[in-house]
Design a binder for this molecule. Structure first.
Ligand code: SAM
Length: 282
């Protein structure tokens, strides 16, 4: 569809290390007519660092509704706009959803310019299962509500990812110990991409002990990742196929033992049959 509308670019920016800006982000920021930023002063600094000078308007949580109309107006007049948040990917726990929704409703082109995002950065180095995960954003600042939110996640099987304010980190980890148990595997990723980056994989109780012993580390930006419940149980309960097979072989003929061990462990039947033959021939 040919329109004279401008394009809305949703541009990810670094979450700490300025070298994480992408070449494409820089190109887009250089060619757009205008920039809509969560915090104009913050983004002005970033743009100055890269010698980019563009008109900037503010679009934050509290003025998004009015600003959407203004930005849509610019787009209707053929201007292209880049949407920026203070750090990382706009819309991910940051403003912009209403703008993107409205632009799409008007048939405008919305182009994502991917880059840093704290939750994905944390997950990529957390050492937790990544096949399925759920992003929970920030838990409530109110203690009771936070407790309830965690209880509602107590049977979650996917890896859970939370953003958290540093001054609430310890309190949140303590409630997590209460709700998920101290043994639950978890990671705290602090100050990602920055000088004092730390990514601690441990269990919840050890993490609590660690932060209690070093209160000076309760600073900076933080992501908490908690392994899901089934994964944790599955891993604890997993018995290796050769152990299962050797037990079954004491009571059953080889073929039957291999078939049953396959059902129990999920290992292929022919692999177990070969294994059983080798055991018998020892
Ligand atoms: N849009 C951002 C993104 O793409 O990740 C998230 C914005 S949200 C308002 C800010 C929260 O993200 C912080 O409180 C923290 O939980 C997390 N965060 C952002 N930068 C981080 C960093 N460098 N290290 C750890 N967590 C970070």
């Amino acid at each position: 569809m040919l329109t004279s509308f401008g394009t809305l670019y949703v541009v990810a920016t670094p979450i700490g290390n300025l070298q994480d800006i992408t070449l494409r982000a820089l190109h887009v920021l250089k060619v757009v007519d205008r920039i809509a930023a969560e915090d104009t002063r913050h983004s002005a600094q970033l743009l100055k660092h890269f010698s980019i000078h563009k008109p900037i308007l503010s679009l934050h949580e509290f003025n998004e509704r009015e600003r959407v109309l203004e930005v849509i107006n610019y787009l209707e007049n053929g201007e292209s706009i880049a949407l920026l948040s203070d750090a990382g990917t706009p819309l991910i726990n940051d403003p912009g959803y209403r703008l993107v929704r409205e632009a799409k409703a008007k048939g405008m082109t919305v182009v994502p310019i991917p880059g840093a995002c704290a939750l994905i950065t944390a997950l990529s180095a957390a050492g937790l299962p990544t096949d399925k995960f759920t992003f929970e954003g920030f838990l409530s600042a109110k203690q009771e509500a936070r407790h309830q939110q965690l209880i509602s996640l107590s049977s979650e099987t996917r890896t859970m990812i939370f953003y958290e304010a540093p001054h609430r980190l310890l309190a949140t980890l303590r409630v997590m110990v209460e709700v998920f148990g101290g043994e639950r595997v978890a990671t705290v990723a602090r100050e990602l991409t920055k000088l004092h980056e730390t990514i601690s994989l441990s269990n919840l109780q050890t993490l609590v002990n660690q932060f209690e012993a070093a209160p000076d580390t309760l600073r900076g930006e933080v992501v908490i990742l908690v392994q899901g419940v089934e994964k944790a149980r599955e891993e604890a309960a997993r018995v290796s196929p050769d152990v299962v097979l050797s037990i079954l072989l004491t009571e059953l003929p080889l073929k039957q033992a291999a078939a049953l061990a396959s059902k129990i462990t999920g290992e292929r039947k022919n692999v177990l049959y070969e294994m059983a033959l080798a055991m018998k021939n020892k």
